[in-house]
Design a protein around this ligand. Structure first.
Ligand code: AMP
Ligand code: GLY
Length: 427
């Protein structure tokens, strides 16, 4: 089969790496892809948001199945466009991708279906938002309703800061995404990511993962897209997973089907877990980045068959197997990330690093120039490893990182710390 993967991050490199091993794949294309993906797939320089260009390319290359990585094209309707052109596609259509496209929609869906989540109010103007924020204890959470490239959430320590965030959002700081604002209660606890494939009816949970959102060691500093991840995540015990499925994921999938907009694809529930009780923070309509990288390292079964079964509505025929080993990935980012960062610094030593046992390096933001690898993004590399334990995977990943010579970049040195602590405290 001819496969087309859309996207250009570390998530897509991991997906390409996994898909390229599928016995069903004859030819793997990626648009636009990146330097790492180019080694295992034919990359086409078409932006992920260029829907016309993607549809044209898919028809020209006789693509049998498309896999969509990022949320932007999904929310913009890439699945509807490709399917209309006769290309089977993995990823929710536009009406279902609203689960990531509108935070306000999700909150109302939770309220209507008794899905545990933070108390909230949808606000169409600044005065209403400030009045409601004043009734909540601090900190208070202010969210732009729509897609804001992961930047539309402000955790305000004071009511003044909340007011400023509200004014900024209604003032257009996030464009149309801030036309409506959700003000909500701050949830305390431990965050985890829960992933499930669904065909709109059947639900197949994937392995658990946890990422590290904050930029600095000890989970300090500003929020990022994710500085590293590991799987399995001890906080998602079998018991917690059962609650997540019964109270959050299944009611959501059922409600989406009942309103005539069945959700097909991978559903990523961002959770806050406190005393074994999960609450929904938000949904994403795609794999997490960098969570996907660790899931792909642990997946033993054929990914493509599972994605096709989700698209075709026969997910009940699929059973996924996972390696018992742990996997961990460390994000190397350009100095300055998540603020403004420099581009174009050279990265050396990648081949040496990749030789460490169990290590796989996924590219997220690199460009090749005259035989050199240069940084070309905020999050640049995902140095990943498997190991008998999270501790072993962690040691391998950092051994590889120590072989990378990149003065223009940095990483956290404590990815996986919670799981390692837990492993060490076991008798
Ligand atoms: P989101 O884009 O909704 O995932 O929000 C980004 C990050 O903000 C989340 O990963 C959480 O760390 C944090 N966050 C969002 N909503 C809340 C909340 N109600 N309580 C605590 N933290 C939150
Ligand atoms: N790592 C979190 C995300 O992909 O949104």
């Amino acid at each position: 089969m001819n496969i087309l993967l859309i996207g250009s991050g570390g998530r897509e490199h991991a997906l390409a790496w996994t898909l390229s091993a599928s016995p069903l794949v004859t030819k793997l294309y990626c648009a636009p892809g990146n330097t790492g993906i180019a080694a295992i797939a034919d990359c086409a320089a078409i932006d992920a948001m260029n829907l016309d260009g993607i549809v044209r390319f898919a028809k020209e290359k006789r693509i049998d199945f498309a896999v969509i990585g990022p949320e932007g094209p999904l929310v913009a309707g890439i699945t509807d466009r490709l399917e209309a052109a006769g290309v089977k596609t993995f990823g929710p259509n536009m009406k279902a991708a609203i689960l990531e496209g509108s935070k306000a929609f999700v909150k109302d869906l939770c309220a209507a279906n008794d899905i545990p989540t933070a108390a909230y109010r949808r606000c169409g103007d600044a005065a209403t938002a400030k009045t409601f924020a004043a009734t909540l204890p601090l900190p208070v959470v202010i969210k732009a309703d729509g897609l804001a490239a992961g930047k539309g959430v402000i955790i305000a320590a004071t009511h003044e800061e909340a007011g400023d965030a509200i004014d900024a959002m209604f003032g257009g700081a996030f464009g149309d995404a801030g036309k409506e604002v959700v003000v909500e209660e701050f949830l305390d606890g431990e965050e985890a990511s829960f992933f499930a494939l669904t065909d709109g009816t059947h639900i197949l949970p994937l392995a658990s993962a946890q990422d590290h959102k904050r930029v600095f060691d000890g989970d300090k500093g500003p929020n990022t897209g994710g500085m590293g991840a590991y799987s399995p995540a001890p906080v998602l015990t079998a018991e917690v997973e059962k609650k997540v499925m019964a109270r959050i994921v299944k009611p959501t999938v059922d409600a989406m089907r009942a309103r005539g907009t069945p959700y097909k694809g991978v559903l990523f529930a961002g959770l806050m877990i406190k005393d074994g009780e999960p609450k929904l923070i938000e949904y994403n309509c795609r794999f997490g980045d960098p969570e996907c990288q660790v899931l792909m390292l642990r997946l033993k079964s054929d990914l493509l068959s599972a994605l096709m079964a989700a698209r075709d509505g026969v997910l009940d025929t699929v059973d996924l197997r996972w390696r018992s080993e742990a996997a961990l990935t460390v994000v190397m980012a350009a100095n300055g990330y998540p603020g403004s960062y420099e581009k174009g610094s050279e990265i050396r030593g990648l081949a040496e690093a990749a030789r460490v046992e169990g290590v796989e390096i996924f590219h997220a933001g690199t460009v090749a120039k005259d035989g050199r690898i240069l940084a070309n993004g905020g999050r640049v590399l995902n140095v990943s490893a498997v190991g008998k334990s999270v501790a072993e995977a962690q040691a391998r990943a950092y051994e590889a990182i120590d072989r990378i010579n990149w003065p223009g970049g940095f990483c956290r040195r404590d990815i996986g710390w919670r799981a390692v602590l837990q492993e060490n405290s076991r008798p």
